[in-house]
Design a protein around this ligand. Structure first.
Ligand SMILES: [Zn+2]
Length: 122
């Protein structure tokens, strides 16, 4: 299993610091390099690795960039991707749950439980 931890700074080459384009050496396949880009308002971010092409979830290469490049974080990803409902909370729905007498008791129980668990983990 190869994780983002295995990707060191020297495995990464920043090709374009303005647009956020990087090349990352494969940890598994000698000589293979994956090109990764953060995209922009019109172009979605992407990585050339199989994980990205299969799942479209942040792959270990994106995680490694986040770890090694403080200027290139989640917020810099294309809004086409970052603002996807898969990654964003639906504020309207949350407000509705909080204020709806039907769901409020459940919401508060959930909130209470998560607070209790948070305290227990300390
Ligand atoms: Zn990747």
């Amino acid at each position: 299993m190869f994780a983002a931890d295995n990707i060191l700074r020297y495995h990464i080459q920043c090709v374009d610091d303005i647009c956020g384009i990087f090349k990352i050496k494969s940890q598994r396949l000698d000589g293979t390099v994956y090109c990764l880009s953060f995209g922009d308002a019109n172009t979605i971010c992407k990585c050339e690795c199989l994980d990205w092409q299969k799942w479209w979830l942040p792959c270990k290469h994106f995680i490694a960039i986040f770890a090694h490049y403080p200027d290139w974080q989640w917020e810099k990803l294309s809004p086409l991707y970052r603002d996807s409902p898969y990654f964003s909370l639906d504020e309207e729905l949350l407000n509705h749950l909080q204020n709806d007498p039907e769901t409020m008791p459940y919401y508060q129980v959930e909130l209470h439980l998560s607070k209790t668990q948070a305290v227990q983990h300390k």
